[in-house]
Design a protein around this ligand. Structure first.
Ligand SMILES: [Fe+2]
Length: 291
C-alpha cells in the first residue's frame, strides 16, 4: 500500500521531538509545548545589545522559565566560533554562563565551524579544514568547554559553502576522531547533508557508512530554498520527505543513542510559515519518530 507522505511511519526506538524557540511569540510557544519534549534556544537570538553591552533578554528568559518543566531546554549556539585560530568568542561564553545560572539545560551545542578570522566577522559560518592541526585545536577547546560547564556538549555538521582545502581526514573520519578523542556528542543535520549532496555532490551513503553513528545524540531537520541552483542552509520551509526519511535512517543507525529530532526554523520565517503549519509539522514529526 502506498504510504501517506504527510504522515511518515515511525521507526524503531522512539526519539523525542524538539523545536526552535527564539522567544517573543507566546502564542506559538503555547501551541508548540504539547508537541515538543525539548525547546532549542539560540542565545544570540534571544540576546539584546544595549549601549554596546550584550545580554540575555529578560522578557525571553521569563518566557522560558514559565514554560514548565515538562519541556526540557537545550542551548544551541551560533557564534562561539570554536574553529577560529585566534580564539573563540568570549561574548558567547558570557551569554552561556548567564543562561546556565538561570535555567537548567539537558545539554548545549555549537556548530563545527568558524565565523571569524583575525577577529573579523565573516558574516557566514565556514566548515573547518579537516586537518590534524584543526582537529587538535577543536579537541582542546571541546575539552575546555566540557571542563568549564560539566554538561554534555555536542557539535553539529555544517554545510560546505566553499570548496574543501587539502585534508588529512574525510568528513566522517574527522567527526569520528573528534568524538573519540573528546567524548563530545554529535548533532547530525540531515538537511545540511542534503545541501552538500545537492551543491557539491557529497556522497551521503558513503559518509554514513563511515560515521560512528553511536556518537549522535541529536538530529536536525529543516528546509530552505534553492537559489541559482544552490540549495541554501536557511530554515524557512517545512521539511521535505527526503530529509525526514534520512533522519529516520540515521536514528536507526545511532542504535538508540539519538535522543531528539529538532525541527529548526528561523524566527523570520514564522510569519510566512504560520503557526498552523509549524504545529502541523511538529505533529508530522511526532508521527514519524515517536508514535
Ligand atoms: Fe542544524
Amino acid at each position: 500500500m502506498a504510504r501517506d507522505h504527510d504522515q511518515p511511519v515511525a521507526v524503531l526506538a522512539p526519539v523525542a521531538i524538539g523545536a526552535t524557540y527564539e522567544g517573543r511569540d507566546p502564542d506559538l510557544l503555547e501551541r508548540m509545548l504539547p508537541l515538543v519534549d525539548y525547546l532549542e534556544v539560540t542565545l544570540e537570538t534571544i540576546a539584546e545589545n544595549k549601549n554596546g553591552k550584550v545580554s540575555l533578554s529578560p522578557e525571553v528568559m521569563a518566557e522560558l522559565k514559565n514554560a514548565g518543566t515538562a519541556t526540557k531546554v537545550i542551548v544551541h549556539g551560533v557564534s562561539l566560533s570554536i574553529g577560529s585560530h585566534e580564539g573563540w568568542s568570549p561574548t558567547y561564553l558570557h551569554l552561556l554562563d548567564d543562561f546556565l545560572e538561570q535555567i537548567d539545560v539537558a545539554w548545549h551545542s555549537e556548530h563545527l565551524g568558524y565565523t571569524k578570522v583575525g577577529g573579523e566577522h565573516l558574516g557566514i559560518m565556514l566548515a573547518l579544514p579537516k586537518t590534524e592541526e584543526a582537529l587538535d585545536l577543536v579537541c582542546d577547546r571541546v575539552r575546555a568547554i566540557k571542563e568549564r560547564y560539566r554538561l554534555p556538549f555536542l557539535l553539529e555538521n555544517i554545510v560546505h559553502v566553499i570548496p574543501d582545502c587539502p585534508a588529512n581526514y574525510s568528513d566522517a573520519g574527522f567527526l569520528n576522531a573528534l568524538t573519540e578523542r573528546t567524548g563530545c556528542g554529535l548533532i547530525l543535520d540531515t538537511y545540511n547533508l542534503e545541501c552538500d549532496a545537492h551543491n557539491h555532490g557529497f556522497d551521503i551513503p558513503t559518509f554514513l557508512s563511515e560515521l560512528h553513528a553511536e556518537s549522535i545524540r541529536e538530529l536536525h531537520v529543516a528546509c530552505g530554498v534553492e537559489d541559482n541552483g544552490f540549495l541554501l542552509d536557511v530554515h524557512s520551509q517545512v521539511t521535505r520527505d527526503s530529509t525526514v526519511e534520512l533522519a529516520q535512517l540515521v536514528v536507526k543507525q545511532s542504535a538508540g543513542n539519538a535522543q531528539v529530532v529538532v525541527y529548526e526554523f528561523m524566527p523570520e520565517a514564522v510569519p510566512g510559515l504560520g503557526h498552523d503549519t509549524i504545529v502541523g509539522e511538529l505533529s508530522r514529526l511526532r508521527a514519524a519518530f515517536v508514535n
